[in-house]
Design a protein around this ligand. Structure first.
Ligand SMILES: [Zn+2]
Length: 466
C-alpha cells in the first residue's frame, strides 16, 4: 500500500467527513456541554468499527475509541467544543446567526473531524493488513476552559498509547517544535465580618482588604521571581456597596512559567501570601486550585515525520473556497504574519490561503500560551501540527475564523486528516521512527516524572462555574 492510497481513502470520504464537520459547526456547544458533538463523533467511530468508551474520567463528553488489539498503539486527539458568544454566519461580513450564541471560533468542528478522518484511514489500513497495531481516537472535551485532557490522563486514558499525533486549526501548514507555558489557576475567596462602614467599622473585617493585600503581595513578589514567570489576577467579587464592609470578596489568580517546577514554587508563594493577607485583614481565606497544566515537550522526530507527510499530501482547496478566502481576508483589520519566518511574510500577505507547508516556525521557542496538550506530551510522545484552515493572518477566536469553519476550512480538515493518517501509519510501519520518538521523549523528560498538576479532589465540572 502506498501513502497515496491512504490519502485517497480520505478524499473518497470527503462528503461524509464534510457533513460531520458541518453538523458540528451548525450546532456549536461550549465546553463540557458538547453532548451532541461528542455523540456525533462517537457514532461515526462506532459505525466504522471502533469500540467506544464514553464518559471517561467522569466527564460525560470525554471518550476513547479504539480499533485493534495489537501493539503498537498509536493515537490522535479530537477537540469539538465551541466558544461562547461567537455565533457567526459563513459570510464575509460580521453577522451572528443568533446574537450571543456560541460559535466555532477555534475551528474545533474541523479539528474533531480531521482527526476522525486520520483515525479511520489508519483503521482501514490495519483492517486490510497493511499495518499492524491499534489506533485510538481520544475525544478530548473542554479545551477552551482547559484541563479536559489532564483529567483523561489522570484516568489512564493514555496509558497504553505509544505515540500521539494531533493538530490544530491555524492559517499555516507547519509542524510544531516549540513549547509553551505551564500554568496553575486559583480561585481565592476571603470571608470577613460585615458591618456598617460608618456606624460600626470596628465590628467589621473587610474581605476586600484580604483581596487587596494579596494583590499587593503579588506585586511585591514580581520582583523576586524569574523573568519568565507571569502572574495574572482579577477581582471577581469585591462587595456590594461602599457603605457596607464586604463579607465576601474573591479573586482569580494564574501563575505561568516555562517549566512546571517554577510554576509550583511560585504557586506555593501565592498560597502563603493569601494566608498572610488573611492574617493582616483578620479574615479567612479559602484557596482552590482550579486548573494546572504542563508546558509542551516538543518531539522533533514526530514533527519531522509530520513535515514529510505535509509535502506528500495535497491540499484540496477549490476555486470557490479560494475566492471566499480572499473576500474574508479583506475584512481583517490588521492581519499579523508574525507566525511565519520573515522571508515568508510577503508571500503570506499576498495569499488568500497560505497553503505551502513550511518548517516549524517555533523551533526552540516558548509560546506565551498554555494548553492541556502539554500534559499529554509529558505522558506519551506527542507530534503536533497546524493546518491552514483560515485566510492568511486570521487570528483564532475571531468571527472570521467562525465564518471560515463551515466550508472553507474543510480543505484543511481533509489535509490534516491525511497528515494524521500518514504520520500514524509511519509509526505503525517504521519501528525506528517510534523508537526515535520514544527516545527523544525520555531524554527531554529527564528525571521529572509526570504527576497530575490537579488536586486529588478536582472536579472537571467546576471549570464551567468560573
Ligand atoms: Zn482551539
Amino acid at each position: 500500500m502506498s501513502k497515496q492510497d491512504l490519502f485517497d481513502e480520505i478524499e473518497a470520504e470527503r462528503d461524509w467527513l464534510t457533513d460531520v464537520s458541518e453538523q458540528l459547526w451548525e450546532n456549536p456547544e461550549v465546553a463540557l456541554q458538547e453532548h451532541d458533538s461528542a455523540a456525533l463523533l462517537q457514532d461515526a467511530l462506532r459505525e466504522e468499527g471502533f469500540t467506544v468508551e464514553s464518559g471517561v474520567a467522569g466527564i460525560d463528553t470525554a471518550f476513547v475509541a479504539r480499533y485493534g488489539d495489537d501493539e503498537p498503539v498509536v493515537g490522535t486527539m479530537g477537540e469539538f467544543d465551541a466558544l461562547p458568544g461567537m455565533s457567526q454566519a459563513a459570510k464575509a461580513e460580521r453577522e451572528p446567526i443568533a446574537e450571543g450564541a456560541p460559535g466555532h471560533g477555534c475551528g474545533h468542528n474541523l479539528f474533531g473531524t480531521g482527526s476522525l478522518a486520520g483515525a479511520v484511514a489508519v483503521k482501514r489500513a490495519i483492517e486490510r493488513g497493511d499495518a499492524e497495531g491499534s489506533v485510538v481516537y481520544l475525544g478530548t472535551p473542554a479545551e477552551e476552559v482547559g484541563a479536559g485532557k489532564v483529567y483523561m490522563i489522570q484516568d489512564g486514558a493514555f496509558d497504553d498509547v505509544d505515540a500521539v499525533v494531533s493538530w490544530h486549526p491555524d492559517w499555516i501548514n507547519a509542524p510544531n517544535k516549540g513549547s509553551c507555558l505551564a500554568v496553575d489557576s486559583f480561585s481565592i475567596e476571603f470571608t470577613g465580618e460585615t458591618a456598617h462602614a460608618a456606624a460600626a467599622p470596628e465590628a467589621g473585617r473587610s474581605a476586600l482588604d484580604g483581596v487587596q493585600l494579596l494583590g499587593t503581595g503579588i506585586e511585591y513578589m514580581r520582583e523576586h521571581v524569574a523573568d519568565a514567570v507571569r502572574i495574572h489576577y482579577v477581582v471577581t467579587e469585591g462587595g456590594q456597596a461602599a457603605n457596607i464592609v464586604p463579607e465576601e470578596a474573591a479573586m482569580e489568580v494564574m501563575v505561568r512559567a516555562p517549566d512546571r517546577d517554577s510554576v509550583e514554587t511560585v504557586s506555593d508563594r501565592v498560597r502563603d501570601a493569601a494566608e498572610g493577607a488573611a492574617l493582616m485583614s483578620g479574615t479567612d481565606v479559602d484557596v482552590t486550585q482550579t486548573t494546572g497544566m504542563y508546558g509542551v515537550l516538543p518531539n522533533y522526530a514526530l514533527a519531522d515525520s509530520i513535515r514529510a507527510n505535509m509535502d506528500a499530501a495535497e491540499f484540496p482547496l477549490t476555486e470557490e473556497q479560494e475566492a471566499f478566502a480572499a473576500e474574508l481576508k479583506e475584512t481583517l483589520d490588521d492581519p499579523s504574519y508574525a507566525g511565519v519566518p520573515p522571508e515568508r511574510r510577503d508571500a503570506a500577505a499576498d495569499s488568500a490561503m497560505f497553503t505551502d507547508p513550511i518548517d516549524a516556525p517555533d523551533e526552540d521557542a516558548t509560546g506565551s500560551y498554555s494548553t492541556d496538550s502539554g500534559d499529554v506530551s509529558w505522558t506519551v510522545p506527542l507530534g503536533r501540527f497546524r493546518a491552514a484552515t483560515w485566510p492568511a493572518g486570521t487570528p483564532a477566536h475571531s468571527w472570521q475564523a467562525v465564518a471560515a469553519g463551515k466550508d472553507l476550512g474543510t480543505a484543511a480538515m481533509l489535509f490534516a486528516g491525511k497528515v494524521v493518517a500518514g504520520s500514524l501509519y509511519d509509526l505503525l510501519t517504521d519501528e525506528e521512527l517510534l523508537a526515535e520518538a520514544r527516545a527523544e521523549f525520555e531524554e527531554r523528560k529527564g528525571d521529572r516524572e509526570y504527576e497530575s498538576p490537579l488536586p486529588e479532589d478536582a472536579d472537571p465540572y467546576e471549570l464551567t462555574d468560573r
